[in-house]
Design a protein around this ligand. Structure first.
Ligand code: 5GP
Length: 200
């Protein structure tokens, strides 16, 4: 007996400089999208910011635990995101369980992690969220009020580096208007879902 093809999970990779507003845009996309989106909870050695919850925002790990899990091959990708800073990584279990359940697993990761995942999952939907300008990025990072000047300086250097990777993504979205950026990402996801249906 031939079974009808079931809905398959997809990987959605979202990157963009810290301060480009991608976390806020994504939060709204999660509310508005029709695709069954599921956020992948990354692991990090960074300490939690006020209000962040372990297992929800990140799996907050000690460096020792992070290294041990890395050595056991538990990460799909892991990178030290800011020079002399903290480690971040995508756990294989987060991705496998979501994809197995037919979800669209969303990875909000840096450009190096994204490159590693794109190599392993060439059909991943990749989206780069651009700030409208570097000046706007500076304003947002300062306005956040959670970072020291040194951390902001490092994030800006990182942002300039990340912008050089934008062309590697299948889709680029400029976040100059929040509503527009949210709509654009929802449209991208809808088009991908249509293409999936046509392929079946
Ligand atoms: P934050 O410390 O502000 O939460 O995140 C800093 C940066 O780490 C962001 O650019 C975010 O995309 C990246 N990041 C978060 N999780 C992961 C991950 O699992 N892997 C990689 N490579 N980068 C991540």
């Amino acid at each position: 007996m031939t079974m009808p093809p079931s809905a398959t999970g997809r990987l959605v990779i979202v990157s963009g400089p810290s301060g480009a507003g991608k976390t806020t845009v994504l939060r709204r996309v999660f509310e508005a999208a029709t695709a069954p989106l599921l956020p992948s909870v990354s692991a990090t050695t960074r300490p939690p910011r006020p209000g962040e919850i372990d297992g929800v925002d990140y799996h907050f790990l000690s460096e020792q635990e992070f290294n041990a899990r890395c050595a056991r091959g538990e990460f799909l990708e892991s990178f030290e995101v800011f020079a002399r800073g903290y480690w971040y990584g995508t756990l294989k279990t987060e991705v496998a369980s979501g994809l197995g359940a037919g979800k669209w697993v969303v990875l909000e990761i840096d450009v190096h992690g994204a490159a590693a995942v794109m190599e392993q999952y060439p059909s991943a939907i990749s989206i780069f969220v651009q700030p409208s300008s570097i000046e706007e990025l500076k304003r947002r990072l300062r306005g956040r009020g959670t970072e020291t000047e040194e951390a902001i300086r490092r994030r800006l250097a990182q942002a300039n580096e990340e912008l050089r990777f934008a062309h590697r993504y299948r889709h680029q979205v400029i976040n100059d208007d929040m509503d527009h950026a949210v709509q654009e990402i929802c449209d991208i996801l809808n088009r991908e879902a249509e293409a999936d249906r046509d392929a079946r």
